[in-house]
Design a protein around this ligand. Structure first.
Ligand code: SAH
Length: 350
């Protein structure tokens, strides 16, 4: 690794901002905690130029925790026999939207495991019903890897956006995180297909996942620069006790926040959530993320009865409150640090 000699944090950050690129040495330097407050301040300034003080909210509806995949890190992996499985009915999903709409949400995120019960026909029916009742709302899907035909059908039914974290852009690392039947190549292909269909797409990764290094993170950032997604979801890896990674160390707040800032500088217009996982490892983690360049939060709209069952990781926050309490708490938090929650679709600003 080349040391950064005679250089200081001001010129490193300015260099990244100007080139909208980062060298491995610069990444290493920033990840070692050399940035002080400057990186976060620059990222917040860049975000301010494009999105002002606005924080966009997305109502997250975790509609199924059945999953055919067996990702080593994830609590709803099929091999987790301890997971109590559930799926919401279309009526229950619509009830979440109704409550969400009342509370001011204009984006609904339907997230779940890869659950074959939700065939394309069922998904399209749900998407159409939501769009019919709430034509002014955006629908984001986060339901994993599907065929191009399926993605096309959901898009035609009215889905606007799709979140599919690439998880890691390094092949060897990908195979440390996933069983052999899954591949990075296929995941990437899905992302390009989604983008070509016309979705606003979101990629991303966990910070501190087992096997992650400065080199793999560097590849993640270069992949993001190449894909140019509209959204990037990153949050700390948090071990889930009943998974193969249950005893592994989790990611840190500092590293997550540093990476949020770097991503803001590389992709100034990106929609960047301060994630629930970040709020889980630090009581003011989401606030820290927002101050360092993030501009989206995704409160939970799932029925209280299922919240605890959608346990991707341990000790997840906001599993005990009603949606209304959650959003009020979040509004207060966002306002306490000088930002404003806006109640519109919160689209990407090119
Ligand atoms: N089945 C969908 C949704 C997955 S859950 C899909 O494949 O995209 C959404 C995200 O949660 C995952 O992409 C992963 O990055 C994150 N996640 C899963 N397990 C986690 C853990 N233990 N700690 C932190 N984040 C986790």
């Amino acid at each position: 690794m080349i040391a950064i000699l005679g250089d200081d944090v001001i010129s490193v950050v300015a260099d990244i901002e100007r080139k909208k690129n980062i060298t491995k040495a610069e990444l290493q330097y920033l990840l070692e905690g050399n940035e002080g407050e400057l990186l976060g301040q620059r990222a917040a300034a860049v975000r301010q130029e494009i999105y002002g003080q606005a924080v966009f909210i997305r109502g997250l509806i975790e509609f199924t925790n059945y999953c055919k995949n067996n990702c080593y890190y994830c609590g709803i992996r099929r091999g987790n026999k301890l997971a109590e499985r559930y799926r919401l009915t279309e009526e229950e999903i619509l009830a979440c939207c109704q409550e969400g709409y009342r509370l001011g949400f204009r984006t609904f995120v339907l997230q779940g495991g890869e659950d074959e019960y939700f065939t394309d026909a069922r998904m399209c029916h749900i998407i159409r019903s939501i769009k019919e009742q709430y034509p002014d709302c955006a629908i984001t899907l986060s339901i994993g890897e599907k065929s191009a035909e399926s993605y096309q059908q959901y898009f035609q039914a009215g889905a606007d956006r799709y979140l599919l974290r690439h998880e890691t852009a390094n092949e060897a690392h990908y195979s440390q995180l996933h069983p052999a039947e899954m591949s990075l190549q296929h995941r990437k292909k899905c992302l390009y297909t989604l983008r070509d269909i016309g979705y606003q797409v979101g990629a991303g990764f966990m910070v501190g996942s087992p096997g992650q290094t400065v080199d793999t993170l560097y590849e993640d950032l270069q992949f993001l620069r190449e894909l140019k997604p509209h959204m990037v979801g990153i949050g700390p890896f948090i071990p889930q006790h009943a998974t193969p990674f249950g005893q592994k160390p989790g990611g840190t707040v500092e590293r997550t926040v540093t990476l949020l800032s770097i991503i803001r500088l590389l992709l100034p217009h990106v929609l960047l959530p301060a994630t629930t996982a970040l709020g889980t490892i630090d009581p003011v983690g989401r606030e820290k993320g927002l101050r360092a360049g993030a501009n989206v939060v995704m409160p939970n709209l799932s029925p209280k009865s299922v919240r605890k069952k959608y346990a991707l990781y341990d000790a997840k926050i906001c599993t005990g409150e009603e949606a209304a309490e959650c959003i009020n708490c979040l509004k207060n938090r966002v306002e306490s640090i000088g930002y404003t929650v806006v109640c519109d679709r919160g689209d990407y600003r090119p």
